[in-house]
Design a protein around this ligand. Sequence first.
Ligand code: SAH
Length: 251
Amino acid sequence: MNVFFVGAGPGDPELITIKGKNTLEKADIVIYAGSLVSPELLKYCSNSAIIHDSASMNLDEVSKIYRDNRNKEGIIVRLHTGDPSVYGAIQEQMDLLALWDISYKVIPGVSSFQASSAALKQQLTLPGVSQTVILTRISGRTKTPPLEDLALLARSRATMVLFLSVDQARSVQEKLQPEYGGETPVAVVYRASWTDEKIVRGELKNLATLVEDAQISRQALIFIGDVLQSDYEKSKLYDAAFTHGYREASL
Ligand code: SAH
């Protein structure tokens, strides 16, 4: 069988790619992460597809499905939330597939940080404010390398998006506040693109209280940075006085 790692998108079943949906429709076996992938997506599967929820499985159990079916015809879809390349734990699976000579492909997905910036109606890179987006997490059970400590990353004051960290909002605030300053705007997006999506906004100095009051403890992203306020330079790309490859300046 061929294995496809498919990005399921952030939740809304319409936010899977067309390629992802087409592959899901053809799949003989589907392994999906029940804790984060919408069960609505399984409606795209054929009636004969065998479906496994990986929520209670470990790597060995998932890999066993790949190995046991390696000589059969067909398609196995491993459905990962958001985009599989972001905190997706696909590398170890791909390494095993390569070892066993099983061919595989990756189909990207819409990551939750993209769905969240859409929910916030927010551009993450604004001229004169920040031209960098840091996707990171606070050190938890999975330790981050020392040079990626939040306090160090914060020195750039770039737009920062924190995955897997909302349950430690107080530590996030304590690490970031000395560098960004307490008045820097923050936003927390809970379950972006799901029907119970929730957004809270405030300032870094109130982050922990905001999260506590909204009773958000999981499935959320924290956004920090001055892009979240409205003061910025207009884009050069659409500036009438700016010449670029496709357009001469008109002013
Ligand atoms: N590969 C995924 C991330 C998996 S890690 C992606 O690209 O989005 C799981 C973390 O992602 C969660 O703890 C949460 O921080 C974030 N997350 C996943 N889905 C989310 C959603 N719909 N809204 C907000 N955050 C989400």
